[in-house]
Design a protein around this ligand. Sequence first.
Ligand code: LMR
Length: 328
Amino acid sequence: MKKILAATLVASAFFASNAMANSPLVIKFSHVVSPDTPKGKGAERFKELAEKYSEGKVVVEVYPNSQLYKDKEELEALQLGAVQMLAPSLAKFGPLGVREFEVFDLPYIFQNKDQLRKVTNGEVGKDLLARLEPKGIKGLAYWDNGFKIMSANSPIHTVDDFLGLKMRIQSSKVLESQMQALDAVPQVMAFSEVYQALQTGVVDGTENPPSNMYTQKMHEVQKHATLSDHGYLGYAVIVNKKFWDGLDEAVRAPLEKALDEATEYANDIAQQENDESLAAMKESGRTTFYELTPEERNEWIEQLRPVHKAMESRIGAEVIDAVYKAVE
Ligand code: LMR
């Protein structure tokens, strides 16, 4: 926290002197994944377009790979104004007190991206972003990563194969409940620590879309992975509300245009990025990938279905119902 406060003071002083010198406005965009992922590429595209459309009024500095902050710290840094922009996974808003986003983590809630899009592009998506405002955060867009696969050092075909496995999860109670429903032992851990934890055996396995697994080299330390597509991982692009609302219209309008286009780009490339990462991991031969049989898949769905009901009190039954209705 001290580190963030110090950075905030430096940032404030910097903005004040910036304004005086009439130099460009600096937007710090921090994230935890590799530049070579859907989110990493989306952030770079936003930078390029924001600088172009603002005609030099804005400079966007992108800090990938938890270079500035880890998962939890980056949200605190955004609230304090030490950074202006983030795109945390939707599974990471619980600790901020906005638990409703964990609806996206419910196992098998979306069959495909079209269903998901009905939520993110519709009223439910808008309503969820609005819930961030009392926290001093403005939600601007949803960016895709993709559907998750399960990995471990032992084969995981049937639900019984999870018994006792220590599985790293993001900071979501829904993911915790999901792992418990499989008789695995969930362990919350920052993204930047996962590779080492897998390598040293602190945890046995994890879940992530192929793009994250590949770009963090997790396939080098996971012998098995199952293409379960049991859950979705995506992002909310968020900004410090005070910062955003305080922008001059001549600056905000080009930024909005840049973000719209970067969003379309990020969502367009996400599937392909994941497909290519999966192909590259298969090619490397380090991890053995397994496709569930229809019977096994049904067994996973059955085992995980009770998580929806169990999480009603956390997420809100009305939010879950609104998502069910949107995807119908
Ligand atoms: C994770 O922590 O597994 C992901 O949220 C990382 C990310 O931002 O994609």
